[in-house]
Design a protein around this ligand. Structure first.
Ligand SMILES: Nc1nc2c(ncn2[C@@H]2O[C@H](COP(=O)(O)OP(=O)(O)O)[C@@H](O)[C@H]2O)c(=O)[nH]1
Ligand SMILES: [Mg+2]
Ligand SMILES: [Zn+2]
Length: 361
Protein backbone atom coordinates (compact mmCIF):
# COMPACT_ATOMS: atom_id res chain seq x y z
CA UNK A 1 0.00 0.00 0.00
CA UNK A 2 1.16 3.52 -0.82
CA UNK A 3 1.77 5.70 2.18
CA UNK A 4 0.44 9.23 2.17
CA UNK A 5 2.81 12.20 2.24
CA UNK A 6 1.18 13.63 5.37
CA UNK A 7 3.25 16.82 5.24
CA UNK A 8 2.08 17.51 1.72
CA UNK A 9 -1.45 16.86 2.97
CA UNK A 10 -0.96 19.86 5.25
CA UNK A 11 0.10 18.22 8.48
CA UNK A 12 2.21 20.74 10.39
CA UNK A 13 4.19 20.59 13.62
CA UNK A 14 1.34 22.36 15.41
CA UNK A 15 -1.13 19.62 14.50
CA UNK A 16 1.35 16.89 15.38
CA UNK A 17 1.99 18.54 18.70
CA UNK A 18 -1.70 18.86 19.51
CA UNK A 19 -2.34 15.26 18.45
CA UNK A 20 0.12 13.96 21.02
CA UNK A 21 -2.48 14.30 23.76
CA UNK A 22 -4.61 11.64 22.03
CA UNK A 23 -2.24 8.73 22.37
CA UNK A 24 -4.45 5.90 21.15
CA UNK A 25 -5.54 7.55 17.93
CA UNK A 26 -4.14 8.40 14.50
CA UNK A 27 -4.18 11.66 12.54
CA UNK A 28 -6.25 11.97 9.38
CA UNK A 29 -7.63 14.78 7.24
CA UNK A 30 -11.29 14.92 6.21
CA UNK A 31 -11.56 14.75 2.42
CA UNK A 32 -15.33 14.51 1.98
CA UNK A 33 -18.55 14.61 3.89
CA UNK A 34 -22.04 13.38 3.11
CA UNK A 35 -24.48 13.62 5.99
CA UNK A 36 -22.92 11.63 8.84
CA UNK A 37 -20.47 9.76 6.63
CA UNK A 38 -16.94 11.08 6.19
CA UNK A 39 -13.92 10.24 4.11
CA UNK A 40 -10.62 10.68 5.85
CA UNK A 41 -7.10 10.49 4.42
CA UNK A 42 -4.68 8.79 6.78
CA UNK A 43 -1.07 7.76 6.38
CA UNK A 44 -2.32 4.54 4.77
CA UNK A 45 -4.86 5.96 2.33
CA UNK A 46 -8.44 7.20 2.16
CA UNK A 47 -10.94 5.58 4.50
CA UNK A 48 -14.61 5.80 5.52
CA UNK A 49 -15.33 7.25 8.95
CA UNK A 50 -18.06 8.37 11.33
CA UNK A 51 -17.95 10.40 14.52
CA UNK A 52 -18.13 8.56 17.82
CA UNK A 53 -21.20 8.50 20.05
CA UNK A 54 -19.28 10.49 22.63
CA UNK A 55 -18.46 13.09 19.98
CA UNK A 56 -22.17 13.51 19.13
CA UNK A 57 -22.88 13.89 22.80
CA UNK A 58 -20.25 16.61 23.27
CA UNK A 59 -21.35 18.65 20.24
CA UNK A 60 -23.03 21.92 21.12
CA UNK A 61 -23.26 23.48 17.68
CA UNK A 62 -23.32 22.26 14.14
CA UNK A 63 -19.95 23.90 13.62
CA UNK A 64 -18.42 21.51 16.15
CA UNK A 65 -18.74 18.66 13.64
CA UNK A 66 -15.83 17.80 11.35
CA UNK A 67 -15.68 19.57 7.99
CA UNK A 68 -13.69 18.99 4.83
CA UNK A 69 -10.11 20.04 5.54
CA UNK A 70 -10.22 19.29 9.25
CA UNK A 71 -7.47 17.28 10.85
CA UNK A 72 -9.11 14.65 13.02
CA UNK A 73 -8.11 11.86 15.40
CA UNK A 74 -9.35 8.48 14.20
CA UNK A 75 -9.12 5.02 15.74
CA UNK A 76 -7.57 3.30 12.69
CA UNK A 77 -5.76 4.07 9.45
CA UNK A 78 -7.50 1.57 7.18
CA UNK A 79 -10.95 0.05 6.83
CA UNK A 80 -9.92 -3.61 6.88
CA UNK A 81 -11.85 -4.09 10.12
CA UNK A 82 -14.68 -1.66 9.41
CA UNK A 83 -15.54 2.02 9.37
CA UNK A 84 -13.19 4.27 11.34
CA UNK A 85 -14.39 6.33 14.28
CA UNK A 86 -13.56 10.04 14.54
CA UNK A 87 -12.92 11.03 18.16
CA UNK A 88 -11.56 14.58 18.02
CA UNK A 89 -10.98 17.56 15.74
CA UNK A 90 -7.65 19.35 15.98
CA UNK A 91 -7.82 23.13 16.38
CA UNK A 92 -8.66 24.81 13.07
CA UNK A 93 -6.21 27.38 11.81
CA UNK A 94 -8.79 28.80 9.43
CA UNK A 95 -12.43 28.09 8.62
CA UNK A 96 -15.16 29.07 6.19
CA UNK A 97 -18.72 28.79 7.38
CA UNK A 98 -22.22 29.26 6.11
CA UNK A 99 -25.57 29.66 7.76
CA UNK A 100 -27.89 26.75 7.16
CA UNK A 101 -30.91 27.63 5.05
CA UNK A 102 -33.86 28.86 7.09
CA UNK A 103 -31.83 29.21 10.26
CA UNK A 104 -30.25 32.12 12.06
CA UNK A 105 -28.30 30.01 14.50
CA UNK A 106 -27.07 26.96 12.72
CA UNK A 107 -23.68 27.67 11.34
CA UNK A 108 -21.93 24.96 9.42
CA UNK A 109 -18.25 24.89 8.65
CA UNK A 110 -17.78 24.10 4.98
CA UNK A 111 -13.99 24.03 4.76
CA UNK A 112 -11.16 24.22 7.25
CA UNK A 113 -7.42 24.79 7.41
CA UNK A 114 -7.09 26.71 4.16
CA UNK A 115 -3.90 28.70 3.59
CA UNK A 116 -4.83 30.61 0.44
CA UNK A 117 -8.32 31.39 -0.74
CA UNK A 118 -8.72 32.46 -4.35
CA UNK A 119 -11.49 35.00 -4.69
CA UNK A 120 -12.64 34.50 -8.26
CA UNK A 121 -14.39 37.21 -10.22
CA UNK A 122 -14.79 37.39 -13.97
CA UNK A 123 -13.66 40.44 -15.87
CA UNK A 124 -16.87 40.63 -17.87
CA UNK A 125 -20.39 40.32 -16.39
CA UNK A 126 -19.53 39.44 -12.82
CA UNK A 127 -17.13 42.31 -12.20
CA UNK A 128 -18.32 44.21 -9.14
CA UNK A 129 -16.16 46.03 -6.61
CA UNK A 130 -18.78 45.86 -3.86
CA UNK A 131 -19.00 42.10 -4.20
CA UNK A 132 -15.24 41.91 -4.03
CA UNK A 133 -15.28 43.88 -0.78
CA UNK A 134 -17.71 41.34 0.66
CA UNK A 135 -15.56 38.39 -0.31
CA UNK A 136 -12.42 40.06 1.02
CA UNK A 137 -14.09 40.76 4.36
CA UNK A 138 -15.16 37.13 4.68
CA UNK A 139 -11.78 35.84 3.57
CA UNK A 140 -9.75 37.93 6.02
CA UNK A 141 -12.04 36.82 8.80
CA UNK A 142 -11.58 33.14 7.94
CA UNK A 143 -7.89 33.13 8.73
CA UNK A 144 -6.87 32.24 5.17
CA UNK A 145 -4.94 34.69 2.99
CA UNK A 146 -7.02 36.00 0.09
CA UNK A 147 -5.72 36.27 -3.47
CA UNK A 148 -7.92 37.89 -6.10
CA UNK A 149 -8.26 35.95 -9.34
CA UNK A 150 -9.78 37.84 -12.24
CA UNK A 151 -11.03 35.33 -14.79
CA UNK A 152 -11.95 35.51 -18.48
CA UNK A 153 -9.44 38.21 -19.39
CA UNK A 154 -10.11 37.25 -23.02
CA UNK A 155 -13.56 38.82 -22.67
CA UNK A 156 -12.37 42.17 -21.33
CA UNK A 157 -10.91 45.08 -23.23
CA UNK A 158 -10.27 47.38 -20.27
CA UNK A 159 -8.11 45.23 -18.05
CA UNK A 160 -5.93 48.15 -16.95
CA UNK A 161 -8.96 50.17 -15.89
CA UNK A 162 -10.31 47.21 -13.93
CA UNK A 163 -6.96 46.67 -12.22
CA UNK A 164 -6.83 50.33 -11.33
CA UNK A 165 -10.30 50.16 -9.76
CA UNK A 166 -9.37 47.09 -7.77
CA UNK A 167 -6.14 48.63 -6.50
CA UNK A 168 -8.18 51.17 -4.54
CA UNK A 169 -10.13 48.54 -2.62
CA UNK A 170 -7.90 45.45 -2.43
CA UNK A 171 -5.31 46.71 0.00
CA UNK A 172 -2.36 44.38 0.45
CA UNK A 173 -3.92 41.66 -1.68
CA UNK A 174 -2.32 40.05 -4.71
CA UNK A 175 -4.33 40.28 -7.93
CA UNK A 176 -3.96 37.70 -10.70
CA UNK A 177 -5.39 37.92 -14.22
CA UNK A 178 -6.32 34.63 -15.87
CA UNK A 179 -7.93 33.11 -18.93
CA UNK A 180 -8.76 29.58 -19.99
CA UNK A 181 -8.13 30.45 -23.63
CA UNK A 182 -4.34 30.52 -23.38
CA UNK A 183 -2.12 27.61 -22.44
CA UNK A 184 -0.39 29.57 -19.72
CA UNK A 185 -3.55 31.47 -18.72
CA UNK A 186 -3.48 30.10 -15.15
CA UNK A 187 0.28 30.03 -14.74
CA UNK A 188 0.26 32.78 -12.10
CA UNK A 189 -1.74 30.61 -9.69
CA UNK A 190 0.70 27.74 -9.79
CA UNK A 191 3.12 29.28 -7.35
CA UNK A 192 0.48 29.07 -4.62
CA UNK A 193 0.29 25.32 -5.09
CA UNK A 194 3.10 24.35 -2.77
CA UNK A 195 4.04 21.27 -0.83
CA UNK A 196 1.95 21.22 2.34
CA UNK A 197 -0.22 24.22 1.43
CA UNK A 198 -4.00 24.16 1.04
CA UNK A 199 -5.91 26.34 -1.41
CA UNK A 200 -9.64 26.86 -2.02
CA UNK A 201 -11.87 28.90 -4.32
CA UNK A 202 -14.82 31.20 -3.75
CA UNK A 203 -16.80 33.34 -6.17
CA UNK A 204 -20.11 33.52 -7.99
CA UNK A 205 -21.38 30.72 -10.14
CA UNK A 206 -20.18 30.85 -13.73
CA UNK A 207 -17.00 32.81 -13.20
CA UNK A 208 -14.85 29.83 -14.14
CA UNK A 209 -13.84 28.18 -10.87
CA UNK A 210 -14.34 24.60 -12.05
CA UNK A 211 -12.56 25.30 -15.33
CA UNK A 212 -9.68 26.73 -13.37
CA UNK A 213 -9.48 23.90 -10.85
CA UNK A 214 -9.67 21.29 -13.60
CA UNK A 215 -6.81 23.01 -15.32
CA UNK A 216 -4.72 23.13 -12.14
CA UNK A 217 -5.27 19.51 -11.20
CA UNK A 218 -4.84 18.41 -14.77
CA UNK A 219 -8.03 16.45 -15.34
CA UNK A 220 -11.75 16.81 -15.91
CA UNK A 221 -12.75 15.72 -12.48
CA UNK A 222 -15.34 18.29 -11.55
CA UNK A 223 -18.06 18.27 -14.13
CA UNK A 224 -19.14 14.72 -13.52
CA UNK A 225 -22.89 14.65 -13.12
CA UNK A 226 -24.65 12.50 -10.54
CA UNK A 227 -25.59 9.90 -13.16
CA UNK A 228 -23.14 7.18 -14.04
CA UNK A 229 -22.27 6.79 -17.69
CA UNK A 230 -22.71 3.03 -17.52
CA UNK A 231 -26.41 3.49 -16.77
CA UNK A 232 -26.20 1.83 -13.35
CA UNK A 233 -27.93 4.71 -11.63
CA UNK A 234 -26.69 7.32 -9.20
CA UNK A 235 -23.35 7.44 -7.51
CA UNK A 236 -23.73 6.37 -3.95
CA UNK A 237 -20.19 7.20 -2.98
CA UNK A 238 -19.37 10.68 -1.72
CA UNK A 239 -17.38 12.84 -4.09
CA UNK A 240 -13.92 13.68 -2.94
CA UNK A 241 -13.77 17.38 -2.12
CA UNK A 242 -10.14 17.54 -1.11
CA UNK A 243 -7.55 16.67 -3.71
CA UNK A 244 -3.88 16.23 -2.94
CA UNK A 245 -1.60 17.13 -5.81
CA UNK A 246 1.74 15.31 -6.02
CA UNK A 247 4.20 17.52 -4.15
CA UNK A 248 2.00 20.61 -4.63
CA UNK A 249 -0.29 20.59 -1.64
CA UNK A 250 -4.04 20.36 -1.50
CA UNK A 251 -7.01 21.83 -3.41
CA UNK A 252 -10.31 22.02 -1.58
CA UNK A 253 -13.48 22.33 -3.62
CA UNK A 254 -16.65 21.78 -1.65
CA UNK A 255 -20.15 22.74 -2.80
CA UNK A 256 -20.63 24.60 0.50
CA UNK A 257 -17.94 27.11 -0.40
CA UNK A 258 -20.34 28.47 -3.01
CA UNK A 259 -22.83 29.39 -0.34
CA UNK A 260 -20.68 31.17 2.17
CA UNK A 261 -22.11 34.47 3.28
CA UNK A 262 -21.35 37.08 5.85
CA UNK A 263 -21.39 35.33 9.18
CA UNK A 264 -18.60 37.40 10.50
CA UNK A 265 -16.19 39.65 8.66
CA UNK A 266 -12.89 41.32 9.37
CA UNK A 267 -13.40 44.86 8.17
CA UNK A 268 -10.15 46.13 9.69
CA UNK A 269 -8.27 44.41 6.87
CA UNK A 270 -10.70 44.64 3.98
CA UNK A 271 -11.29 48.29 4.84
CA UNK A 272 -7.84 49.07 6.19
CA UNK A 273 -8.01 52.54 4.57
CA UNK A 274 -11.16 53.50 6.49
CA UNK A 275 -9.80 51.88 9.62
CA UNK A 276 -6.66 54.00 9.35
CA UNK A 277 -8.59 57.22 8.62
CA UNK A 278 -10.89 56.55 11.59
CA UNK A 279 -7.93 56.86 13.94
CA UNK A 280 -7.88 60.54 13.07
CA UNK A 281 -11.59 61.17 13.65
CA UNK A 282 -12.35 63.35 16.65
CA UNK A 283 -14.51 60.70 18.29
CA UNK A 284 -13.41 57.13 18.96
CA UNK A 285 -16.84 55.80 18.10
CA UNK A 286 -17.29 58.01 15.06
CA UNK A 287 -19.77 56.53 12.59
CA UNK A 288 -18.42 58.85 9.87
CA UNK A 289 -21.92 60.07 9.14
CA UNK A 290 -22.26 63.58 10.49
CA UNK A 291 -19.87 63.90 13.40
CA UNK A 292 -17.60 66.96 13.47
CA UNK A 293 -13.93 66.55 12.56
CA UNK A 294 -14.46 63.24 10.82
CA UNK A 295 -11.36 62.18 8.87
CA UNK A 296 -13.36 59.74 6.75
CA UNK A 297 -15.78 62.40 5.53
CA UNK A 298 -12.81 64.67 4.94
CA UNK A 299 -11.23 62.01 2.71
CA UNK A 300 -14.45 61.80 0.72
CA UNK A 301 -14.46 65.56 0.21
CA UNK A 302 -10.85 65.41 -0.93
CA UNK A 303 -11.72 62.61 -3.31
CA UNK A 304 -9.30 60.08 -1.83
CA UNK A 305 -12.12 57.81 -0.66
CA UNK A 306 -15.26 56.98 -2.62
CA UNK A 307 -18.76 57.35 -1.21
CA UNK A 308 -19.61 53.90 -2.60
CA UNK A 309 -16.82 52.33 -0.59
CA UNK A 310 -17.96 53.97 2.64
CA UNK A 311 -21.53 52.84 1.94
CA UNK A 312 -20.28 49.33 1.33
CA UNK A 313 -18.47 49.49 4.69
CA UNK A 314 -21.66 50.56 6.46
CA UNK A 315 -23.68 47.86 4.76
CA UNK A 316 -21.29 45.10 5.85
CA UNK A 317 -21.20 46.51 9.36
CA UNK A 318 -25.00 46.45 9.53
CA UNK A 319 -25.11 42.86 8.35
CA UNK A 320 -22.58 41.88 10.96
CA UNK A 321 -24.45 43.60 13.74
CA UNK A 322 -26.63 40.58 14.36
CA UNK A 323 -23.85 38.12 13.98
CA UNK A 324 -22.64 36.07 16.86
CA UNK A 325 -26.05 36.49 18.47
CA UNK A 326 -28.58 33.74 18.67
CA UNK A 327 -32.12 34.16 17.41
CA UNK A 328 -33.45 35.20 20.79
CA UNK A 329 -30.88 37.91 21.23
CA UNK A 330 -31.51 39.07 17.69
CA UNK A 331 -35.18 39.46 18.48
CA UNK A 332 -34.28 41.47 21.60
CA UNK A 333 -31.93 43.64 19.61
CA UNK A 334 -34.61 44.34 17.04
CA UNK A 335 -37.08 45.17 19.80
CA UNK A 336 -34.82 47.66 21.51
CA UNK A 337 -34.13 49.27 18.15
CA UNK A 338 -37.87 49.61 17.70
CA UNK A 339 -38.19 51.13 21.16
CA UNK A 340 -35.64 53.78 20.44
CA UNK A 341 -37.33 54.72 17.18
CA UNK A 342 -40.60 55.39 19.03
CA UNK A 343 -39.00 56.99 22.04
CA UNK A 344 -38.13 54.22 24.48
CA UNK A 345 -39.83 51.56 26.51
CA UNK A 346 -42.55 53.78 28.02
CA UNK A 347 -43.77 54.83 24.63
CA UNK A 348 -43.62 51.24 23.54
CA UNK A 349 -46.33 50.29 26.07
CA UNK A 350 -48.48 53.17 24.88
CA UNK A 351 -47.82 52.13 21.32
CA UNK A 352 -48.99 48.56 21.99
CA UNK A 353 -52.16 49.79 23.71
CA UNK A 354 -53.01 51.97 20.76
CA UNK A 355 -52.35 49.15 18.36
CA UNK A 356 -54.73 46.94 20.32
CA UNK A 357 -57.41 49.62 20.33
CA UNK A 358 -57.10 49.93 16.60
CA UNK A 359 -57.49 46.19 16.21
CA UNK A 360 -60.66 46.14 18.28
CA UNK A 361 -62.29 48.80 16.21
N1 LIG B 1 -14.22 33.06 -22.46
C1 LIG B 1 -13.90 32.38 -21.37
N2 LIG B 1 -14.79 31.51 -20.84
C2 LIG B 1 -14.46 30.84 -19.72
C3 LIG B 1 -13.20 31.05 -19.07
N3 LIG B 1 -13.16 30.25 -17.98
C4 LIG B 1 -14.35 29.60 -17.93
N4 LIG B 1 -15.13 29.94 -18.99
C5 LIG B 1 -16.50 29.45 -19.29
O1 LIG B 1 -17.40 29.95 -18.30
C6 LIG B 1 -18.43 29.00 -18.02
C7 LIG B 1 -18.51 28.72 -16.52
O2 LIG B 1 -17.32 28.08 -16.10
P1 LIG B 1 -17.24 27.17 -14.79
O3 LIG B 1 -15.83 26.73 -14.65
O4 LIG B 1 -18.27 26.08 -14.85
O5 LIG B 1 -17.63 28.22 -13.66
P2 LIG B 1 -17.94 27.98 -12.10
O6 LIG B 1 -19.43 28.02 -11.96
O7 LIG B 1 -17.31 29.13 -11.40
O8 LIG B 1 -17.34 26.67 -11.71
C8 LIG B 1 -18.08 27.77 -18.84
O9 LIG B 1 -18.86 27.80 -20.01
C9 LIG B 1 -16.61 27.95 -19.17
O10 LIG B 1 -16.24 27.32 -20.36
C10 LIG B 1 -12.26 32.00 -19.66
O11 LIG B 1 -11.16 32.25 -19.18
N5 LIG B 1 -12.69 32.62 -20.80
MG1 LIG C 1 -18.33 24.96 -10.91
ZN1 LIG D 1 -15.31 59.64 11.33
Amino acid sequence: MNTTDMKNLGLTEDFVHESSIYKDYFIGRVSAQSKSLYKVITKDGEIAAEVSGKFHYRVKELSDYPAVGDFVMVDRTDNSSGTAIIHHILTRKSAFARRMAGSKEDIQVVAANIDTVFICMSLNNDFNLRRLERYLSIAWDSGATPVIVLTKSDLCKEIDTRLHEIASIAIGVEVLVTTSTANDGYQSLKRYLQHGKTVAFIGSSGVGKSTLINCLIGQNRLDTSGIRKDDKGRHTTTRRELIMLPNSGVVIDTPGMREIGIISADLTKSFADIDELAKHCKFNDCTHKNEPSCAVQAAIKEGTLSVERLESFWKLKREMKYDGLNAKMIEKEKLSEMFSSIGGMKNFKKFVKEQNKKKRR
